[in-house]
Design a protein around this ligand. Structure first.
Ligand code: TTP
Ligand code: MG
Ligand code: MG
Length: 483
């Protein structure tokens, strides 16, 4: 019963006996991409934005890091350091999916899980059957579960008596490490290290401290609190607390409620139409509105429905459950359009078009913001940038929509100068061999409701990126065979 909190425990309440895990995935975006394309395993890989010269490295595989490549570096610089580095365009939806699944794994161990970023979470182990004696074993079991669910993905886990210490030590043994700092061990581990090792202390504070003769965490811990207070105000006291490894902040589980059940829009045409292309255009605009609203409110959904009302006021409504969660208009539109085509008979004049997305789940805000931070650093515009980045990528312009249909897997290399299409990233999502290789990554996540319309779409018109990419792969292979 590792996942249950003992009755007498008060998890989340500050105490001297807390036991917290901080779990951070290793080279997260890059590892997910490598998992999807095993051919990239062991190679220097970077994940970037769009293939432009202004693109920035979001994540670098550990092999790429050997060349000095790191996050936030320009891709041009990365290619200069390692001309054969393989650059892959990021797939936000994929990372969100894996991220949410990881939270589910952590929740098998504790009811109190706080996502801290797209690839990080705090897990309150206080009051569970995880103790200081068996915590390493539990950490290794979590890592095994992650690997079992997502082959090739590794995590580094920091274990401490509070969030600060857990967070500060999770990076100690990257990649694939477990680091434990027990109560009372903080100073022995961190006392000799520079103040920037404190979570939240940046270069600016470090410079201010160095002017006071403080460079190490040990020196900061010994420095008179009153003087720190005079120099930094209330932050001075916090700095002192952090320097001695104290932190009482609770692990706060993310909001899981689902107050909103669905989001949809309808539009009555100015004049009834027999032209399905016109109805499609309306549907596309409505899908865009729905998707934007979902993104704005931070929801993903997996049931898409379409409604048509005809000139005789007769109406038809159909829905389809898809295999994954989405907030993209391209997916909503394609599914709704398919439903529309199948339930409209030529000769029926259309009066109203509606689209709706339900089965909603909420994305923790940290995930939304963090995901796009490579594109926009300015903190107060992060959220806007995230929405705009999605708009730019999947938004309302026809040119972007054309990309939706192709949904290319893109790998490009500076040595060839031209982009080439790589093997699809989803092809081997169930990475491994034999049966596993054929399993969809989504398998077992959410069963399709049997009473819903789940007729498969024709190849190439599928609602699922998995199918689209499989289809794409077949096409690529056919082409390659001909060349
Ligand atoms: P990190 O956990 O900081 O980095 P990482 O997981 O790639 O590598 P490490 O093994 O050192 O933990 O960030 C998680 C993901 O967030 C990362 O894979 C990509 C994304 N990210 C950006 O988009 N921009 C950035 O500047 C950073 C640092 C990360
Ligand atoms: Mg990480
Ligand atoms: Mg991280």
């Amino acid at each position: 019963m590792l996942g249950r909190h003992r009755k007498d425990a008060r998890p989340g309440v500050p105490s001297n006996e807390r036991l917290i895990f901080h779990i951070d995935m290793d080279a997260f975006f890059a590892s997910v991409e490598v998992m999807c394309r095993p051919k990239l395993k062991g190679k220097p890989v970077i994940v970037c934005g769009k293939p432009t010269t202004r693109s920035v490295v979001a994540a670098a595989s550990y092999e790429a890091r050997e060349y000095g490549i790191h996050s936030a570096m320009s891709s041009v610089e990365a290619f200069r350091l390692c001309p054969h580095v393989i650059a892959v365009e990021g797939n936000p939806g994929q990372y969100i999916y894996v991220s949410l699944e990881l939270l589910r794994i952590y929740k098998e161990r504790s009811t109190i899980v706080e996502p801290y970023s797209i690839d990080e979470a705090f897990v309150e182990m206080t009051g569970t059957e995880c103790t200081w004696e068996n915590c390493e074993e539990v950490a290794r079991a979590i890592k095994d579960r992650i690997r079992e669910r997502f082959p090739g993905l590794t995590a580094s886990i920091g274990i401490g008596p509070n969030k600060l210490v857990a967070k500060m030590c999770s990076g100690f043994q990257k990649p694939d490490g477990v680091s434990i700092i027990r109560p009372g061990e903080f100073t022995a581990f961190f006392g000799g290290r520079g103040v920037t090792n404190i979570w939240g202390v940046g270069d600016k504070t470090a410079v201010a401290l160095s002017l006071m003769g403080v460079t190490t965490i040990g020196e900061l811990a010994a420095f008179p609190v009153a003087m720190l207070r005079r120099r930094f105000g209330i932050m001075g006291e916090i700095l002192h607390m952090m320097a001695v490894g104290r932190d009482d902040t609770p692990v706060t589980p993310y909001f899981e409620g689902m107050p909103v059940k669905s989001m949809g829009h309808e539009h009555t045409l100015p004049a009834d139409t027999w032209d399905i292309a016109e109805a499609e255009r309306v549907l596309l605009r409505l899908s865009d509105q729905v998707a934007r609203r979902m993104r704005k409110k931070g929801y993903l959904g997996n049931v898409i429905s379409m409604r048509l009302r005809f000139s005789d006021f007769d109406s038809v409504g159909r829905q389809k459950k898809i295999e994954f969660y989405t907030d993209e208009e391209r997916v909503i539109y394609r599914v709704a359009r398919d439903l529309m085509h199948r339930h409209w008979r030529p000769g029926q004049a259309i009066r109203l078009v509606g689209v709706n997305c339900s089965g909603l789940v909420r994305i923790p805000e940290v995930l939304q913001i963090d995901l796009f931070r490579q594109r926009e650093e300015d903190s107060h515009r992060k959220l806007l940038a995230a929405i705009d980045a999605i708009r730019d990528k999947f938004g309302e312009h026809a040119i972007t929509r054309a990309r939706l249909i192709r949904h290319d897997a893109k790998t490009w290399s500076s040595t060839t100068g031209s982009r080439r299409v790589s093997e699809p990233r989803f092809l081997r999502m169930g990475v491994g061999s034999g049966e596993r290789a054929n399993q969809s990554l989504m398998a077992g996540w959410h069963d399709a409701a049997p009473n819903l319309d789940t007729v498969p779409l024709p190849p190439g018109l599928s609602s699922s990126p998995f199918d689209m990419l499989r289809h794409q792969d077949l096409e690529d292979r056919k082409r390659a065979g001909k060349e």
